[in-house]
Design a protein around this ligand. Sequence first.
Ligand SMILES: C[S@@+](CC[C@H](N)C(=O)[O-])C[C@H]1O[C@@H](n2cnc3c(N)ncnc32)[C@H](O)[C@@H]1O
Length: 253
Amino acid sequence: MEQNIARRARTIPSVYARQEFMTPGVEETLALLEQHCGVGPSTRILEVAFGKGEAACRLAMRHGCRVIGVDVHSAIEAIRQKTVDRRLDDRVSLVRGDGGWLPVREASIDGCLCTGGPSIGGGIERSMAEMHRVLKPDGWAVVSDWVWRKRPVPAAALPRWVTDDEPFTLLDEYAAAVRRAGFELILAQCLPSYVWEGYYGPMLQEMASWRTSGDPELEARFERSWDNEPRTFYEGLGREYWGYGVFIGRKVT
Ligand SMILES: C[S@@+](CC[C@H](N)C(=O)[O-])C[C@H]1O[C@@H](n2cnc3c(N)ncnc32)[C@H](O)[C@@H]1O
């Protein structure tokens, strides 16, 4: 398993240099979590795919809760240092692991959070089943992910890294998968579409610095990154077809 993780480990892409979150709408997702799930100093939260660790830090800071983060990436030491610098290392612990095989005992966690992760790490079914396994009875899971607002999805709405509409589902289909994993559905909604702009804003600033750097390698990186996704959002049909869904489930079986 350790070898598997090492093989898949990536550093955090440089396009995220100016932002703390690597998916749209994380602050909005945390607000929904705070509204619908009880969080306090005795709550034990597991964050799957913690990225830059910002959500884990904000939850620990605001509520005094304990957060265990699991991610496959190789920047874990840098993120750990961030928890030390903020004096949160007694509440936030980060481990290298796979969302499909969480390194945590069964029924030991009050709440799980996964922003942007389930469809990336192991697929929705596998990820939800693992969160379900580690949650205590009545425990909650808050998940956010890319969904299509409608189907069929035309080519002008597909980001470059996608060849057909396969990787994502509609909001309702995703909600059904959450239920099938043994959760009562508390909430399933698309975040306002401005969360995509909040997500791309700092990325575009970073990319603009590459474009004007005079370094051919960085300029080529700009072209690749712009083409990969933002071009479809701003110049194609991304705005119309892309949704960012938030799902909150309570473990019932
Ligand atoms: C799009 S980023 C989201 C990060 C963070 N949740 C956020 O919203 O800022 C996806 C994250 O999933 C992690 N990841 C990818 N595959 C994974 C897996 N199988 N298990 C755990 N984490 C995974 C990546 O390392 C990356 O940090």
